[in-house]
Design a binder for this molecule. Structure first.
Ligand code: SF4
Length: 323
């Protein structure tokens, strides 16, 4: 069996949305709704993807360059993504204020500190993969795949490691990073997925290094690797658990397609997550006034239809034979 565009596939974003609240999954991933940002994505998302684009330059074409050149290349990558997302590079005072720490100026300072701190590793490692799309067939499920993307795969210090770049604004005076944030990667389902997919393609994979970078107005030199390696028994459990979650998503989707509404109790709400750890759910306005959003005649005001397309976001076409 090989992966094709007709295959059924789910990524971590979709599964974690369902785990958070099945009703949220319905609105985001079945109906395809999202908040109407007037053509602009939220700053956290844009800064994160622009940082990733800079990292691709830093670990790719910039690998054997001087620190200064590496920073320039990273900034070019950052700028390209930033402008593709309709954000302006030359900010007014008011725009700077709205963006807080997430500005190109902060990114420039961070790239310089990052390139300096990671200089030896960047020079000495062999980069095996950059933005590498992955698809893993799920045992016992017909043409169903778990898909994702490994930010970097490097051979360094005698082992193969997956690097996953993450940015956070959760600052603490002691140690710069929020401790719970750092520890959370040890139990993150997403990281288990990276390790699982990485091990299939790189049998000698040692671990996943979550590459955390703090985004702060004044602190620009806080970076930390969190190495995570789970035993096979835990990865096996991750497969079984994920299989169950995927099964639940597929059966609720089939139930909705059969009845065309939620009257059978399909895609139930999880009100405990309306006010999440970092922000409130973007669908709260709908849920506060509407018991069954599938009965609405049009997309509610303040929302637009814009589907989450893992196939394009993760560039999965690279996995299809002949492409
Ligand atoms: S507002 Fe609450 S119930 Fe509604 S989708 Fe969000 S988390 Fe679920």
């Amino acid at each position: 069996m090989s992966f094709s565009k007709q295959s059924r596939y789910l990524d971590n974003t979709m599964i974690s949305t369902y785990k958070e609240c099945p009703r949220k999954y319905l609105m985001r991933h079945v109906l395809g709704w999202t908040t109407d940002g007037g053509g602009q994505k939220p700053p956290a998302l844009v800064f994160g993807s622009s940082w990733h684009a800079g990292m691709d330059e830093m670990w790719g074409p910039g690998k054997d360059e001087s620190i200064e050149n590496r920073v320039d290349l990273a900034m070019e990558g950052f700028r390209k993504q930033w402008e593709e997302d309709n954000y302006t590079f030359e900010l007014t005072m008011e725009q700077q204020d709205d963006l807080g720490a997430r500005t190109p100026g902060t990114a420039h300072e961070m790239f310089y500190q990052y390139a300096t701190q990671r200089d030896r590793m960047i020079r000495e490692c062999t980069v095996l993969g950059i933005e590498q799309p992955m698809a893993m067939p799920f045992p016992g499920m017909d043409d169903t795949w778990y898909v994702g993307k490994l930010d970097k795969v490097v051979d360094y210090a005698g082992g193969i490691h997956v690097l996953e770049h993450k940015t956070t604004t959760l600052y603490r005076i002691k140690g710069n990073f929020d401790n719970d944030y750092l520890e959370s990667w040890n139990s993150a389902s997403q990281v288990k997925g990276y390790q699982m997919m990485g091990s299939i393609h790189y049998p000698k994979l040692q671990d996943v290094w979550v590459d955390c970078s703090l985004v702060h107005k004044k602190v620009h030199d806080a970076f930390k690797f969190i190495p995570v390696s789970h035993e096979w028994s835990l990865l096996k459990e991750w497969i079984t658990d994920t299989q169950r979650w995927i099964g639940a998503i597929q059966s609720e989707t089939a139930e909705y397609e059969k009845y065309g509404n939620l009257e059978a109790g399909t895609f139930r709400r999880n009100e405990d997550n309306c006010y999440g750890k970092y922000s409130k759910c973007p669908f709260l306005n709908i849920c506060s006034t509407c018991s069954d959003p599938t009965k609405l005649k049009e997309v509610p005001a303040g929302y637009v239809e814009e589907r989450w397309e893992p196939f394009d976001v993760l560039k999965l076409d690279k996995l299809i034979k002949g492409n």
